[in-house]
Design a protein around this ligand. Structure first.
Ligand code: IPE
Ligand code: IPE
Ligand code: MG
Length: 253
């Protein structure tokens, strides 16, 4: 699907994924410690969640901590985890009141036990909310995701007495994170780098990419509108020709 369209307006994404990058550089520029950039970044998360809920975008997936981010200095890792705790403690009520369903994607087994428990509680509390699906990627890696899904698919086939040699894309896809939501229509990466950094590598196969030099702490509603305008002007072909799309062939994956 190209995203949803309302009469007279540009197509809008149903699912936006964001690589929130540039917190550290923002802090350096202000002569502040890196954590100040992460703190400001967390405020922008709040603003984006609000903006997406108001614009009727049903799915938002944010990259908060990658499987590679453990390579950072231990102090920074600790501060990021504490910030995450703070977010779960302080924001969950507001998210719940605003109809936001929070889900964490990633390998949570290596997070601190108290954090795992807070995640479980937050997910349970917001499970019935439908206004906005907020997926936060914590200790997430696209390669981890594919490997864990493949492992589950093989186990499933093994138990069913099927030949794992017959494994298909579909068999893997149902076990991936976010299997129950449409693939992202739009990926935004702030902070100037033009790479995926092991985010949703499978799910982004046909996603439109939008890179901006704006650092995440400076990203706001206006910047989001810019990304949405860019998305609205693109022709998504999914392998078909431009003429086919103009003739009205359903443009979907
Ligand atoms: C993104 O900002 C936040 C995380 C990866 C947790 P960075 O911390 O990567 O900021 P830069 O890239 O160093 O500016
Ligand atoms: C990607 O940002 C991960 C997150 C935003 C959580 P990084 O700053 O870690 O990416 P690289 O290392 O520059 O590719
Ligand atoms: Mg970075």
């Amino acid at each position: 699907m190209p995203g949803h369209e309302t009469a007279g307006s540009l197509p809008r994404p149903r699912h936006i994924a964001i690589i929130m990058d540039g917190n550290g550089r923002w802090a350096y520029r202000q002569h502040l410690p890196r954590v100040a950039g992460h703190r400001r970044g967390a405020e922008v998360v709040r603003e984006m969640v609000q903006a997406c809920a108001e614009s009727g975008i049903p799915h938002l997936t944010l990259f908060a901590f990658s499987t590679e981010n453990w390579r950072r200095p231990p102090l920074e890792v600790r501060l990021l985890m504490n910030l995450f705790r703070l977010l779960l403690r302080r924001e969950i009520r507001k998210l719940h009141e605003n109809g936001v369903r929070l889900r964490i994607i990633g390998d949570r087994s290596s997070l601190e036990p108290d954090l795992q428990e807070m995640i479980r509680e937050a997910e349970e509390r917001t499970a019935a909310n439908r206004r906005l699906n907020l997926n936060l990627a914590v200790n997430y890696g696209g390669r981890w995701d594919i490997a864990q899904a493949a492992r589950k698919a093989v186990q499933e086939m093994h138990s069913a007495g099927e030949d794992p040699g017959q494994i298909s894309e579909e068999r893997i896809a149902v076990h991936l994170s976010l299997a129950d939501v449409p693939n992202p229509d739009l990926l935004i990466r702030t902070g100037g780098e033009q790479r995926i950094s092991n985010f949703l590598v499978w799910q982004l196969a046909y996603t439109e990419f939008y890179f901006t030099d704006t650092l995440w702490p400076d990203f706001g509603r206006e910047a989001l509108e810019g990304a949405l305008r860019s998305f609205g002007q693109r022709q998504r072909r999914f392998g078909r020709t431009g003429d086919q799309i103009l003739e009205g062939s359903c443009a979907s994956e």
